[in-house]
Design a protein. Structure first.
Lengths: 231, 231
DNA sequence: GGTTTATGAATGAAAG
DNA sequence: CTTTCATTCATAAACC
């Protein structure tokens, strides 16, 4: 049952960072529809909401520039309402969007643990990255430090032994790029932060880069009154 | 297996096309302009990670033999670390690998089940059960609504003005494609600042228009599906 | 060569 | 807020 075809080749040796954004198809009006209208409902077709470019941009501005991480119901509703002209959208979509973004971001940023530069290390990708060279992101989260040199990590499951057994022979070592990165933080952010303690995060941030340099700063003076800024 | 409507997406670079959102392009969403022929030099060219044979074998053993289906962050990290000697790999690759394998296996099982059911009759409609929209999880929460007509919502944060400025005239097409991705952020927000509660009804189903449905759904799949052997 | 398949990656939606 | 499930997009590799 698993037709796994082994491909013997390892090609890519570099970092990838890709981003694909699908084209948002949605109109302001009715949704769904797609093909089967009166017919077999068996095809959920498009239930899933996807932000239109304009909606996405606004949402991102709110999140990154404004620092709005946890919109409360009223805010969600307001946002949703304002985004409606740009395409079909519901409150829950806004809600999930913020929740997912926040969750995913927090997992990425687990800790920028120093990579224990003992003197060896960190190499960089040499050839690979195209020209700009700059970015590769990778980070390891937990850093279960312990001893990994000799290859023992503990997964709390005995995985360790499993690993050990196989790890005896490493032959195809290729490049072993690992560089810490990051430290950037775009918005100085306000108060909301605090920690969270969250404990961990999954994968490392693969993407990053972009022009981002800093979004901040572009958004000022939107408040008519000095008033309260940011929650 | 899945008859996917083929759409030759052109390759998009990382941000690319913006498109009016208000067009229901389903299926034929031909993208416009790919234009590119020789253009867009910035192609990631190196994207996707692929496991080396050794890595794959280890991953499979963990999954199939050890039954590890949902590795937690620490495990992911440990696995990743141990796989590094065999080739470049990142935490997220491990994360996605498990995630995908699990999803695809369950999907396969589901398909089979549907086929079997399909053979027999039983149509569904469980119409009886509440078709009504009973399911919206909540309705308007804050109820700040009051407005909709005039469009002034009031996010209690001045968000409104923010929105207003941008939304005043929604012209979508801006040239400002922000891609989804996030840089980084420190975040953390546990619950300071006000709300905290956060567990109340989130989004509203409000207008939605979703179908609500019943549980019994039945989906017959017409997949010819020679399908995989599995089992 | 175009088409299909396998699978990495991304993300909306939910469950816990 | 954290973790998992489901869909979907994209693309390299295999197929024809």
């Amino acid at each position: 049952m698993e037709p796994r075809t082994l491909q013997l080749m390892d090609l890519q040796t570099q970092q990838h960072m890709e981003l694909q954004q699908q084209q948002p198809t949605e109109g302001g009006g009715s949704n769904q529809a797609a093909g089967s209208s009166a017919n077999t409902p068996i095809r959920p077709t498009n239930n899933r909401w996807a932000p239109t470019p304009a909606q996405l941009r606004i949402l991102q501005e709110l999140y990154y520039d404004r620092g709005l991480k946890n919109p409360n119901p009223e805010q969600i509703q307001g946002i949703c309402l304002h985004l409606k002209p740009y395409g079909q959208i519901e409150n829950k979509n806004v809600f999930f969007w913020f929740q997912n973004l926040k969750a995913r971001e927090s997992q990425k940023l687990k800790e920028i643990r120093n990579v224990r530069v003992g003197g060896s290390l960190d190499l960089k990708f040499g050839s690979t990255s195209s020209t700009d060279g700059g970015r590769s992101i990778d980070l390891n989260f937990g850093s279960t430090d312990s001893t990994d040199d000799d290859g023992s990590i503990d997964l709390t499951l005995g995985l360790q032994s499993f690993m050990e057994r196989r790890g005896g022979d490493h032959q195809e070592v290729e490049t072993l790029p690992l560089f810490p990165e990051h430290g950037e933080n775009i918005l100085g952010n306000p108060k909301t932060t605090s920690e969270g303690g969250s404990s961990f995060g999954y994968y490392s941030g693969g993407s990053g880069g972009y022009n981002s340099g800093s979004h901040v700063s572009l958004e000022l003076s939107l408040n008519p009154s000095g008033a309260a800024d940011l929650a």
